[in-house]
Design a protein around this ligand. Structure first.
Ligand code: ATP
Ligand code: MG
Length: 550
């Protein structure tokens, strides 16, 4: 995972120039989540950019909770956001800030604008507001309050603050240009009235700043040099610049980049919340969710997520990344990093007829085929084994990698064995194999050097641990669940996104810590679930061993 990835990042080019020209001596960025949901892999792109850029230039990145909307925010989300950022490997140090910490300053700044004749109180209702604003190709109309005196506006704004108006009765607006081709510059709202208890400021305020007014001020107060956000804010940038210029405060600059989009994935907190609230998934951390906590529970590594972010780079082009590309990065990473283990997901009983009934041998097997430093472990072997049902076939073709009557197969790390007969149920289904082993092939190789092409995994029946195995697949059946005008994204949920199997595991797997990742040999990548215990082993399939599309 350490090889350098070639990537495009136009913001880094800008920063290089800013540092070279002396415009800035230090790089300060921020990540500004709104604590109204859990972070998803799209946010990881922003985090990677914000924190990664600060890291690259030896600057700092602030974590700022964007809590200007008192209604949707929750302490649970605040904690989860911090945990997820730390999991990705980033640290804000002492730079944790709250937008609400600046409410007093924002209020003063609003008064400063009013005193300059650059803001006024406007009583237009929602519909009238839009009507006066008009459409881009024609100038808007002058709102009635626009000509009011500074004194009047100061008095009205104070009355807003003191609760003298109903919710929504009026707003404070910037006085810019009702004819601007950019609708965001047609006297945008800066403050609204909303009686709501805020988690930080309680009932102190009944007026709250709008995002556009708040964000640039927060950036400026914190000395943020490069404020990175997604493309939809591009049209807001003239307002960002206007506010800081009129206030005559430190000039932060906003740069926009395109969002991360993935096929077969829906990224939007609102929609993810819908899945949670409607019980369509098990929660925000359901391993099928594209949330960072869901992906962690599923077994994805932070390294793979960051590598994806590096590869997609930072551009202004709207693009969509194929999920197969991400999965392939995850597989490469897991192949490197995860320990090997043996587990059988669809068990078929094998009896080794010439193996002594009460004998138990232990075989030492490597934890990773290429990484000696990861050590070895002992796996018990006995007369009765579990193997994968599809590792037996009647009249198998020669390329089949498993048992068929009369063919010798290697039981990984243990012995060579030959299947002599099978047991069947009334319906003719194979329910057991009768085999013999060659005692001279201990460790899995024949002293006479005879070739055995197939090696299969197995688990000793006497020692096997039963485990619940959750087999996850994509949450949706189509690449773009939002792409159908007639249907809702939820109409494309994959009914087979979770299947449950009872597996037979080698015994050490019962005692691993939740979150430990394995490659179950020949089966796939798995991770011990959060709720895994020795008494109730529980594993999640992260991914199958190979993807379906190259
Ligand atoms: P959503 O649209 O999923 O509800 P949001 O943008 O409302 O997310 P915020 O908490 O406001 O969520 O976002 C914090 C930061 O993450 C913002 O700077 C936002 O631009 C960025 N961000 C959100 N989604 C993506 C994405 N898909 N790719 C890159 N950055 C994103
Ligand atoms: Mg948002």
């Amino acid at each position: 995972m350490n090889e350098e990835v070639k990537t495009t990042n136009f913001i880094h080019d800008i920063i290089d120039a800013d540092l070279a020209s002396g415009k800035h001596v230090e790089v300060v960025t921020r990540f500004p989540p709104e604590p109204n949901g859990y972070l998803h892999i799209g946010h990881a792109k922003a985090i990677h950019l914000d924190f990664g850029t600060a890291e690259k230039y030896g600057g700092r990145c602030h974590l700022r909770m964007d809590d200007t909307n008192p209604e949707a925010e929750d302490e649970e989300y605040v904690k989860a956001i911090q945990e997820d950022i730390r999991w990705l490997g980033y640290d804000w140090g002492r730079h944790l800030y709250w937008a609400s910490d600046y409410f007093d300053t924002m209020y003063e700044y609003a008064i400063r604008l009013i005193k300059k004749g650059k803001a006024y109180v406007c009583e237009l209702g929602k519909e009238e507001f839009k009507d006066y604003r008009g459409i881009p190709t024609e100038p808007g109309k002058e709102p009635p309050g626009r000509g009011r005196s500074i004194e009047e506006n100061l008095a009205l704004f104070e009355k807003m603050k003191n609760g003298g108006f109903e919710d929504g009765a009026c707003v404070l607006r910037a006085r810019i240009d009702m004819a601007s081709p950019n609708l965001h510059m047609r006297d945008p709202a800066l403050y609204r009235i909303k009686r709501a208890t805020h988690h930080n400021t309680g009932d102190k305020w009944c007026i709250y700043p709008m995002y556009d007014f708040a964000h640039c001020i927060e950036d400026s107060l914190e000395g943020v040099t490069h404020s990175m956000c997604t493309m939809e804010f591009e049209v807001h940038r003239p307002l960002y610049d206007w506010i800081l210029e009129e206030l005559d405060v430190f000039r932060s600059h906003q740069y926009e980049f395109s969002k991360l989009n993935l096929t077969y994935v829906v990224l939007s907190k609102r929609r993810l919340l819908q899945l949670v609230n409607e019980g369509l998934v098990g929660g925000w951390d359901d391993p099928r969710m594209p949330t960072l906590c869901g992906m962690r529970r599923r077994g994805f590594t932070p390294e793979a997520i960051k590598k994806l972010c590096t590869i997609v780079g930072c551009t202004k082009y709207e693009g969509i990344t194929e999920i197969e590309q991400f999965e392939s990065i995850v597989r490469d990473d897991l192949n490197e990093a995860s320990l090997r283990a043996m587990a059988v997901l669809d068990p078929l009983k094998v009896v080794i007829e010439n193996y002594p009934d009460n004998l138990v041998e232990e075989f030492e097997v490597p934890n990773h085929p290429q990484k000696e430093e990861l050590g070895t472990r002992k796996v018990p072997f006995g007369r009765e084994l579990w193997i994968e049902r599809d590792d037996y076939m009647d009249d198998a073709p020669s390329k089949f990698k498993g048992f068929t009557i009369g063919r010798e197969v290697r039981l990984r790390g243990a012995y060579l064995a030959t299947c002599n007969s099978v047991e069947r149920d009334a319906g003719g289904n194979v329910v057991g194999l009768r085999c013999t082993y060659d005692p001279e092939t201990k460790g899995g190789s024949a002293p006479d050097g005879r070739k055995v092409r197939s090696t299969i995994h197995w688990v000793s029946a006497r020692h096997a641990v039963d485990a619940e195995i959750r087999l996850y697949d994509r949450l949706y059946t189509v690449e773009n669940p939002l792409g159908d005008k007639e249907k809702e994204f939820k109409d494309f949920l994959n009914p087979d996104s979770l299947k449950v199997a009872t597996g037979k595991l080698e015994p050490m797997l019962a005692n691993v810590e939740p979150g430990t990742r394995f490659q179950f040999e020949r089966v796939g990548y798995f991770c011990a679930d959060l709720d895994h215990t020795p008494a109730k082993p529980l594993f999640n399939r992260t991914l199958t061993l190979r993807g379906t599309k190259a």
